[in-house]
Design a protein around this ligand. Structure first.
Ligand code: PLP
Length: 494
């Protein structure tokens, strides 16, 4: 790795690391940083693009792009006849860090607040049925028997457990009954409680999808389990590789893999259950967005296929809103009591009035009506996303669109996810690269197999107009990154 220092103007040092990603982005980052911490003061003149290009050994086009970007962001001003100068009030510029941009990265970039936020996992917040919810809460407040305000059953209210298991049987082809259900504060709490219970049952190792949802490996380790990755391919989790891990538990997203969007294929589903029988194992089914399927009927829950082997976890974070913090665990009898005890020890129970409100909302039919409404919103957004992505990137680049509210945009081989993410952030578009969903190995030596570069596009809370704009910005970011790479390759350092 070569590090070069070049004097690019008064008190200005730009360090380029030619092994660390696009040079244009490195230059941008460093000029912004110099302006922000006043090493370059207001009104100070920057070197001409030709001069800076010569000094740094990059193409002039790279420096022109850098200056244009800084101009667009308000860091510099361009005055006819006197070149490019640091803007008069650069210190007042908003320069928040874009979440999703790794701060220590050599290609990280401060950004303006995102105008288009493709952050994964956020449902359509403008359509959360707040009026129905407040009606349900007030009905719950009026109707809940006073006795139930005293002590909460740690398994959750009988009423809600009956309602969610009926819902799971009706909508997800499950077969659990109220006594198999534990009400929890969202999926994550359910996962932590279930894993603590499995550890009590002597299960020491759990396999997780790679790439897969973030943080779940951390939650597994905190529960005392050894967490190991299993690759995901076009048919979902690779059960052959699962067999090699020696794990007796696996956590997966079979209906719509997070983040690749594939559904677990039929033969994989059967093979997975056969594996669980062979090792006396447990399948933890993260059923997070199965309600949203567009092209055909949702794939039924694994819990209905193998109730003795599957712990199914659900929540209303995707169907209503993450802030409601209610979910459920449907567990085989041998684990259910342990999960209830973990729940009792950790927080005694779930909020009683909210549980009753959710039960009433689901029973009234308004929950289903809400799902029908948002499904149509997501379907329309998905169609716009597909059309825009095809126009901007060509056919076959967008994957995982059959269900849910996120998709995977495959970039050309050799593209740098991090550079595209950082460039898009400077243009007001927030997005994450697939790399962010790689399994974080506890053992730093264990290098995961490389995956083709891709972006994960959450479109649940992004309007159709924003999707169109966001995709165009991403296409520009990709073009810039490709051009910068091309320029850098074409112009060797002096
Ligand atoms: C993969 C996955 N699982 C589960 C959930 C739900 O998590 P929670 O109920 O803790 O909000 C989400 C929400 O975004 C998710 O993306």
């Amino acid at each position: 790795m070569t590090v070069e220092w070049a004097r690019g103007g008064p008190d200005l040092l730009v360090a380029l690391d030619r092994g660390a990603g696009p040079l244009g982005i490195q230059i941008q980052d460093q000029l912004r940083a110099a302006i922000r911490d006043r090493r370059l003061g207001a009104g100070e003149r920057l070197p001409s693009t030709r001069r800076l290009a010569e000094l740094l050994g990059v193409s002039r086009g790279t420096v022109v792009d850098v200056y244009e970007q800084l101009l667009a962001e308000g860091y510099v001003e361009s005055v006819v006849g006197s070149g490019t100068r640091v803007a008069a009030t650069p210190a007042g510029l908003p320069v928040p860090h874009a979440p999703g941009v790794v701060a220590a990265s050599p290609v990280s970039s401060p950004s303006l607040p995102a105008e288009v936020d493709f952050e994964y996992g956020i449902p359509e917040l403008g359509s959360v049925p707040l009026t129905d919810w407040s009606r349900a809460v007030s009905e719950a407040t009026r109707s809940l028997p006073t006795a139930e305000l005293a002590d909460e059953d740690p398994a959750g209210s009988r009423h809600l457990r009956e309602v969610v298991t009926a819902y799971h049987r009706r909508v997800r082809s499950g077969c659990a009954a109220a006594q198999d259900a534990v009400v929890v504060s969202g999926f994550r709490q359910g996962l932590a409680l279930a894993l603590a219970t499995l550890a009590q049952h002597g299960i020491q190792r759990i396999a997780l999808e790679d790439p897969g949802p973030r943080d779940h490996d951390v939650i597994a380790r905190r529960a005392g389990l050894d967490a190991v990755p299993v690759p995901v391919d076009d048919h979902g989790l690779d059960v052959g590789r699962l067999r090699e891990t020696g794990a007796r538990a696996v956590l997966l997203t079979p209906a719509h893999q997070c983040p690749t969007g594939v559904a677990l294929g039929p033969s994989r589903r059967r093979d997975l259950v056969a594996w669980a029988d062979e090792v006396d194992g447990v399948i933890l089914e993260d059923d997070y967005d199965a309600e949203f399927r567009y092209d055909r009927q949702p794939v039924g829950s694994l819990q209905g296929l193998a109730p003795a082997r599957v712990i199914a976890l659900g929540s209303v974070s995707k169907t209503l809103a993450p802030a409601i913090r209610l979910g459920w665990v449907l567990a085989p009898p041998r684990y259910a009591a342990g999960i209830v005890e973990e729940k009792r020890l950790s927080c005694r129970g779930a909020p009683g009035l909210d549980q009753e409100a959710l039960a009433l909302l689901m029973e009234s039919g308004r929950f289903d009506r809400h799902l029908r409404r948002v499904r149509e919103i997501y379907r329309a957004r998905r169609d716009v996303l597909a059309a825009e992505a095809e126009a901007a990137f060509g056919p076959g680049r967008l994957h995982g669109l059959a269900a849910g509210c996120h998709a995977l945009l495959r970039l050309a081989d050799g593209a740098s996810e991090r550079a595209v993410v950082a460039t898009a952030a400077t243009m007001g578009v927030r997005v994450n690269g697939l790399g962010r969903y790689r399994f974080a190995a506890a053992d730093a030596e264990a290098e995961p197999d490389p995956l083709p570069p891709a972006l994960v596009l959450g479109f649940g809370n992004v309007s159709e107009h924003q999707i169109s704009r966001g995709i165009r910005v991403l296409a520009t970011a990709v073009r810039r990154q490709t051009r910068t790479l091309g320029d850098d390759n074409a112009t060797p350092p002096p």
